[in-house]
Write a protein that binds this ligand. Structure first.
Ligand code: NDP
Length: 445
């Protein structure tokens, strides 16, 4: 049996009922065929079999007390996937849909993404099925303290450095950091996405959204095109979506949509900076629903719908996995969309990805396009290690250079392996080679 198929069979057997993990492993392994054909060393070192298995998996109980004094119990996870390139690095997700399957897919993707950033970071991911929505600040704090009371013994600035993801923003990172510091009695860069007053990096909150837009710019530049005047469809309304809109506005594009898990708003005049400031207040402070935007600004609201039926030149999925179905991908293409740059992780189902590639639109997979977030987390780690802070312009410029380098690497690797323009193959092969070669260098670990 060919090695890719054999490795996939083993993953299926070892991880039954884990469709998201299998989806991400299948996509990566399938696209590695050209590199496996060219070099036998990966087969001999059983790299595929090793790379799909997390180095360590932690699952723990998280008991906490709600405001009524009632005891609640959630499940906490950390998947320390691969440390060939550096300490495990990757976000924490707090969302009721969190389970081993979702975190393993995210941890696996993170290994290749971090490799692409050019920075020394391994891959990991963690989180909990805790839902911060509708909880008071005190409840969120008590949950975070209990979560960290177990996690602290497994992480450290040279071991494993978590960050935010869905449901984990500045507030949660603050509570988690406070508890870590208290338990260890040390102030280190053990988490990224920290507050500016206590070790955070400028541009970290903006990094994933800004980075995704820089990546889109790189793709357009390669075709002598730009974002100026483009109509853009954005999903989500959290951290990634907000800063995607901010950067698109700066570059002269017009963003016409935002969404949350309840529905989508369509603002044909564009979400300008004033309206965006209102959204930030709605989502980050009042923690309200996007429906209120439609009421406030008198625009359309599509209850229970995603934004992919809205006409636009460019799409920036920025909510969650598998949010663009095969049918959605078809609708986007029929409406003239010719650029899809993924802010969220694995937002497009495989049938949609195939369609984008077949139609040769500008398509950037999440592990390349949204790598700006973890890249600036890596820069936050460097600043913490040196105990200094770089100015905003310097971090932004480094982010821009990193996104340029990632695009160049993916673009040239795709060409080198006979699939010009296919950034899925480019990203997977480029990310893989660096990790695989390092694993071989480090012996059987
Ligand atoms: P936030 O929690 O800040 O925002 C998430 C947004 O997506 C919210 O609008 C949320 O709506 C919506 N959403 C979440 N789950 C669903 C769902 N099942 N269906 C529909 N909408 C949903 O998270 P981020 O902005 O940080 O993350 C968004 C995506 O970007 C994720 O895929 C994440 O993995 C990825 N990413 C994030 C990075 C970062 O630095 N933060 C780095 C790289 C990737 P609601 O409020 O209703 O839940």
């Amino acid at each position: 049996m060919p090695i890719v198929q054999q490795a996939l069979e083993t993953v299926k057997q070892r991880n039954p009922n884990e469709p998201a993990f299998l989806q991400s492993v299948t996509e990566v392994l399938e696209s590695l065929r050209p590199v496996l054909e060219r070099s036998k060393k990966y087969k001999d070192a059983k790299i595929l079999e090793r790379i799909v298995e997390p180095e360590r998996q932690l699952i723990f109980r998280v008991p906490w007390q709600d405001d009524r004094g009632e005891i609640q119990v959630n499940r906490g996870f950390r998947f320390e996937f691969n440390s060939a390139l550096g300490p495990y690095k990757g976000g924490l997700r707090f969302h009721p849909s969190v389970n081993s399957d979702i975190l393993k897919f995210l941890g696996f993707e993170q290994v290749f993404k971090n490799s692409l950033t050019t920075l020394p970071m391994g891959g990991g991911k963690g989180g909990s099925d805790f839902d911060p929505k509708g909880k008071s600040d005190n409840e969120v704090m008590r949950f975070c303290q209990s979560f960290m009371t177990e996690l602290f013994r497994h992480i450290g600035s040279d071991t494993d450095v978590p960050a935010g993801d869905i449901g984990v923003g500045g507030r949660e990172i603050g509570f988690l950091f406070g508890q870590y510091k208290r338990l260890r009695n040390e102030f280190t860069g053990v988490l990224t996405g920290k507050g500016l007053n206590w070790g955070g990096s400028l541009i970290r909150p903006e990094a994933t959204g800004y980075g995704n837009v820089y990546f889109a710019q790189e793709m357009l530049n390669a075709r002598d095109d730009s974002l100026e005047g483009k109509v853009c469809v954005v999903s989500g309304s959290g951290n990634v979506a907000q800063y995607t809109v901010e950067k698109l506005n700066q570059l002269g594009a017009k963003v016409v949509s935002l969404s949350d898990s309840n529905g989508t708003i369509y603002d044909k005049d564009g979400i300008d900076n004033e309206k965006l400031a209102w959204v930030m207040e709605l989502k980050n402070i009042r923690r309200g629903r996007i429906r209120e935007y439609a009421e406030k600004f008198g625009v359309d609201y599509y209850d229970g719908k995603r934004p992919w039926g809205i006409k636009g030149d460019c799409a920036f999925p920025s909510a969650t996995q598998n949010e663009i179905s095969g049918k959605d991908a078809e609708t986007l293409l029929n409406n003239g969309c010719y650029l899809v740059s993924e802010g969220s992780n694995m937002p497009t189902v495989p049938a949609g990805v195939d369609l984008f590639i077949e139609k040769k639109i500008l398509y950037a997979p999440g592990k390349a396009a949204n790598a700006g977030g973890v890249a600036v987390s890596g820069l936050e780690m460097s600043q913490n290690a040196m105990r200094l802070n770089w100015p905003r312009d310097e971090v932004d410029e480094r982010l821009r250079q990193i996104m340029h380098a990632i695009h160049k690497n993916c673009y040239e690797t795709a060409e080198e392996y006979g699939h010009p323009g296919n950034l899925v193959i480019g990203a997977n092969i480029a990310g893989f080679i660096k990790v695989a070669d390092s694993m071989i260098d480090q012996g059987l670990v």
